[in-house]
Write a new protein. Structure first.
Length: 430
């Protein structure tokens, strides 16, 4: 299809992509609220760094436990039905946190938040697989994946200023209101392509023609079992590789403001403002490298597997820059090393979240996304708790950063030797 004819195709699919990105943005406002409130929670409830580590991981516990069943549920009941329920639940969880009168109450609210937000990434990955041809999936994926980085970039300073002015409870209530508004928007707008009456025949053909090479098993085929999928080398490669990324991601998501204030002795206002810089770099890298560059190279005829594999491995290797932040004692070099790390990882993560729809049969994309995200959340749990213990014992983040770099090294090797060529796992079924 010529560039001219492509430019004439309606772009409803991109409206869906922006809707998914907005959902992740709202989703992560709820998550970063806790890191912004760290000092206030220390004062309100008298907790320690260890307790905060467990509290920040509470969300990931239920989120992780839901990942394997949520993939199956998504494949069975569909994105719209599951998405409406989940967005309502995470809205309730934000309001519950705002009125919590004890640490146990706050734990309960975070556990509910994990349940409500569990489908967001598997469902977004599945939606991209349904709505986009293969050659457009990297940027479509980057739109929702980059929102996870843009949320702390804008959310930490905005929520931080709100917290300093009116208190941490009202900051949680504010994100609850935003979540309810997104619930109403998602319920009104989202449909699968087969159910969307506003999708034109021209755009439908464009989507289906681009999906044909990767539709190795038709949508009428039953989903593969979790056990079968777990035996696939490509799935295991993504589990370990993406797990390393998520360890660093959650460590920085929950602990970066604390690192800046405790290790570099910044006041709360500056720690909130400085936190946004690495996340802005991450947002740009996600969109520009993991999204636009990947799609542009593939559309120009470059080998699709080689392009995606290079970004996965190269971006994760840049993540090792977290080691540089372990030995510095001033904000500028620390932010530069952290920006290199999370920027590279973010470029890789955009490609990583396109993997379920590229390697799995269409009937099992949700399940593969759930498996990968289960590994991600186990890594997030470990990052929150281990960092809490290390900081409490050593009063330093150096060892915490070193542990994350070791996990990344394992992930790099997994991408190289287990993931292999990025192609469908069951080509014989084509």
């Amino acid at each position: 299809m010529s560039l001219k004819s492509e430019s004439q195709i309606p772009r409803r699919r991109w409206r869906i992509a922006f809707l998914l990105g907005l959902g992740v943005l709202v989703n992560y406002f709820d998550r970063v609220n806790l890191s912004v409130s760290q000092a206030a929670l220390y004062t309100t409830f008298g907790i320690s760094s260890i307790t905060f580590g467990y509290l920040s991981s509470a969300y990931n516990w239920t989120y992780a436990l839901c990942q394997l069943p949520i993939g199956v549920i998504l494949d069975k009941f569909g994105i719209r039905r599951v998405g409406r329920i989940s967005t309502f639940l995470w809205s309730v969880a934000s309001f519950a946190a705002a009125i919590a009168t004890s640490v146990n109450g706050l734990f309960g609210a975070r556990l509910l938040l994990g349940i409500g937000e569990a489908p967001i990434f598997p469902s977004s990955a599945k939606a991209v697989g349904l709505w986009f041809p293969n050659q457009e999936r990297s940027f479509a994926t980057a739109l929702f994946d980059s929102a996870a980085k843009f949320a702390p970039a804008v959310g930490v300073p905005l929520i931080g200023m709100l917290l300093l002015r009116i208190g941490w409870r009202w900051s949680f209530a504010a994100t609850g209101v935003i979540s309810i508004l997104y619930f109403l928007l998602f319920s009104r707008v989202y449909r699968d392509p087969k159910d969307d009456t506003l999708l034109t025949e021209a755009e439908r053909n464009h989507i289906e023609q681009g999906q044909a090479p990767d539709s190795v098993i038709g949508s009428e085929e039953p989903p593969l079992s979790i056990a079968t999928l777990l035996r696939q080398r490509k799935v295991l490669g993504m589990v370990l590789g993406f797990g390393g990324y998520n360890y660093v991601f959650y460590m920085l998501l929950y602990w970066l403001p604390g690192y800046l204030s405790m290790s570099l002795h910044l006041d709360l206002t500056h720690s909130f403002l400085y936190t946004s810089f690495p996340w802005l770099i991450a947002t740009v890298a996600d969109l520009a490298i993991g999204g636009l560059l990947a799609d542009a190279l593939i559309q120009r005829g470059w080998n699709a597997s080689r392009v995606r594999k290079t970004i996965l491995v190269g971006g994760t290797t840049c993540g090792l820059g977290i080691l540089g932040a372990a030995s510095v004692h001033s904000p500028l070099p620390a932010l530069l090393w952290i920006s290199l790390s999370i920027g590279g990882l973010s470029a890789a993560s955009a490609v990583g979240w396109s993997m379920p729809s590229l390697i799995a049969p269409r009937s099992s994309v949700g399940s593969v996304g759930g498996i990968i995200n289960f590994s991600n959340q186990v890594s997030g749990i470990a990052a929150s708790i281990i960092t809490g213990y290390v900081v409490q014992a050593l009063h330093s983040f150096a060892w915490a950063f070193g542990i994350s770099a070791a996990y990344l090294a394992i992930g790099i090797l997994s991408y190289i030797f287990l993931l292999g060529k990025i192609e469908p796992m069951f080509p014989a079924a084509a």
